[in-house]
Ligand binder design. Structure first.
Ligand code: PLZ
Length: 452
């Protein structure tokens, strides 16, 4: 067992890849049949195995297969799937009370999480927060707050952006299938502008930041009107859209334009936040200080919690009673968040994420040398990806991407795909994964690439 599991305090699961049946095994197939009968077909499955236990860098299925986890439940379990401090604090809270409703009778945990968010997020201005249940709900609230504060309606979002599945956040999300297809009509006053996507910038990556920023500014100036624009909403390192790192210099230019026009600059750090990229928040990389920041996923070690944090004068704009929800900032989720944040500090998870990047990136680059199917290696820390293309072109190869992912799954490595063109393999290991497992996962990936 690796020392890392002991550090993370997760369940004492052997940190190993172990296949004892084919994937999926008989017990998973049985459960899948029940799922098909009882669960709506719209709820998809990345890997058809049912979970039994998870911790450190592995997920054990109901047939006893132990899989290497390169997904963290979509960037959630950075601290592990049952980090000691998360379990301890959430259990204590469960034994005290499960719920009072923060709007009815508040409790200390809610306030403490907001105090931590004020300390941890970029900028030393006065900050306040509101807690909600999901990433999409956080984004919805950021838009509500920005509109109220500015008295304006338009929201500017980007090509390849992803912000959720509720009605407003579907409108904010770029990709139609599977997120929006058939679910319209969508919320109005949403305007989409180009993203500085270096790999696919037509005049070349060296022109990307400047040209994309000029196009964004032109579009807002001419077609939306800065005086009508409440918010510019962007993921500082794009998630579902393909782990795109906006060309350096692009976001600072856009943020400056926002500041000059009184537009609220909102960083959606729901996927990139909480140590994932090797910093507490991805926007620190270019010294960005957003007016508002949305967080979720990694914040609470797997419990559902999300937040909007930002400049006190903006956060305070809405009238009393204007923000809330029955479960927002649930006490058990808050206790879990405090345990997760304690774990991130104690284990210095930003450093662990950087280390994961140092181990993985050179190996992914070596794979890119060997396999021309890999068009680009990108990402930071433990938020890494390869974009797959027809060799010698930049034409996306979604079929090969699905085939490589399937080969990984069959060999006991849980990987996820993403991207507007469905041609990106993304790697989001738990930040507490052991280095031997990390390397073994990369071996499996290499075999999968060789097969495809
Ligand atoms: N903003 C940047 O990454 C969630 C979505 C998976 P919720 N990403 C995973 C899926 O297919 O539904 C996400 C995100 C960014 C917002 C969200 C939305 O967060 O907690 O899923 O609502």
């Amino acid at each position: 067992m690796s020392a890392m599991t002991e550090l993370s305090g997760g369940p004492a699961l052997p940190q190993e890849r172990r296949l004892v049946t084919e994937i999926p095994g008989p017990r998973s197939r049985e459960l899948m049949a029940r799922k098909q009968a009882a669960v709506a077909d719209g709820v998809g499955t990345v890997m058809p195995v049912f979970a039994q236990a998870a911790g450190g860098g592995v997920l054990v299925d109901v047939d006893g297969n132990s899989l290497i986890d390169f997904g963290s439940g979509i960037a959630v379990t950075g601290v592990g799937n049952s980090a000691e401090a998360v379990v301890r604090r959430a259990t204590e809270q469960l034994n005290r009370f499960t719920h009072t409703c923060a709007m009815v009778a508040p409790y200390e945990g809610y306030v403490e999480v907001c105090e931590e968010l004020a300390r941890l997020t970029p900028g030393d201005h006065a900050k306040k927060s509101v807690l909600v249940n999901s990433g999409a709900e956080a984004v919805e609230n950021a838009v509500k707050i920005a509109r109220y504060h500015t008295g304006r309606q338009a929201v500017v979002v980007f090509e390849h952006g992803y912000h959720g599945r509720t009605n407003l956040t579907m409108a904010l999300t770029a990709k139609s299938m599977p997120y929006k297809h058939g679910f319209g009509p969508f919320a109005p006053e949403v305007y989409r502008v180009p993203m500085a996507y270096p790999y696919r910038w037509l005049t070349g990556p060296e022109h990307c930041a400047e040209e994309a920023a000029a196009q964004v500014i032109e579009h807002i100036t001419k077609e939306v009107g800065p005086e009508n624009t409440a918010a510019i909403l962007v993921e500082p390192l794009l998630g579902e859209g393909g782990f795109i790192e906006p060309a350096r210099g692009f976001l600072p230019r856009v943020a400056r334009f926002a500041r000059e026009h009184g537009i609220v600059f909102v960083a959606d750090e729901i996927q990139s936040g909480f140590c994932r990229t090797g910093q507490w928040f991805a926007c620190e990389d270019e010294g960005l200080v957003p007016d508002l920041i949305t967080t979720a996923k990694g914040i609470a070690g797997g419990m559902p919690l999300a937040a909007v944090t930002g400049r006190a004068e903006i956060m305070d704009a809405a009238h009393v009673g204007g923000l809330g929800g029955t479960y927002g900032g649930n006490p058990v989720a808050c206790a879990a968040a405090l345990g997760a944040i304690e774990t991130m500090r104690e284990l210095d998870l930003p450093a662990r994420a950087r280390r994961i990047g140092e181990v993985m990136k050179p190996r992914l680059r070596a794979l890119a040398e060997k396999y021309p199917l890999i068009g680009e290696v990108r990402g930071r820390g433990a938020m890494l990806a390869v974009e797959l293309v027809r060799p010698g072109t930049t034409e996306p190869d979604a079929a090969a991407t699905a085939a490589v992912a399937a080969a990984c799954h069959n060999a006991g490595l849980l990987v996820l795909t993403c991207g507007t063109y469905g041609n990106v393999l993304r790697f989001l290991p738990p930040l507490v994964i052991g280095e031997d497992l990390l390397n073994e996962g990369l071996d499996v990936l290499e075999e999968a690439l060789a097969q495809v």
